[in-house]
Design a binder for this molecule. Structure first.
Ligand code: ZN
Length: 155
């Protein structure tokens, strides 16, 4: 089957019904099969018809992962002396897997406690989605590996 570019509107809520995110500047577009969105969400959207709306619940494990206490690490203050840190702030560090974003949980004179979990780790998600467009991907999109045009990448 030819790969498609799918465009959808969404509202993302946590399991308490609090809105975390939503498409605001028009629908989001993605190229199928590139893991540009959560795979469990892509599975649902790829079987929808244009104009169809759906409520999709995704457990944390299938979204941004379960919360892992082992990813909360103590970093000696002097190791991060060159960067400004504040509780609640985010710090970017270079790791073998690439750039990692850590959240500063707490700190004292010696130790900065940082959390490497994704902000949505451990959160069960609920999406209200509406598929607004579905079209065949262009050769250029296939070679770039992403969607172009409104809701996709701009060049
Ligand atoms: Zn491109």
């Amino acid at each position: 089957m030819k790969k498609r570019v799918l465009s959808f509107n969404y509202t993302l809520k946590d399991n308490k019904g609090q809105v975390l995110d939503a498409s605001q500047e028009g629908p989001l577009s993605f190229l199928e099969g590139q893991q540009q969105i959560i795979p469990a969400l892509e599975n649902e959207i790829s079987s929808m018809l244009i104009g169809q709306k759906k409520n999709v619940k995704i457990a944390a494990a299938d979204a941004y992962g379960v919360y892992d206490q082992a990813q909360v690490i103590d970093v000696p203050r002097e190791q991060v002396a060159h960067i400004e840190v504040e509780v609640g702030g985010l710090v970017q560090v270079q790791s073998p897997e690439g750039i990692q974003v850590l959240k500063v949980v707490s700190m004292d004179e010696k130790i900065v406690k940082m959390d490497a979990n994704h902000p949505l780790a451990g959160v069960d998600l609920e999406f209200d989605v509406e598929l607004v467009d579905s079209r065949e991907a262009t050769a250029e999109e296939l070679s770039h590996g992403h969607a172009h045009g409104p809701g996709g990448h701009h060049h």
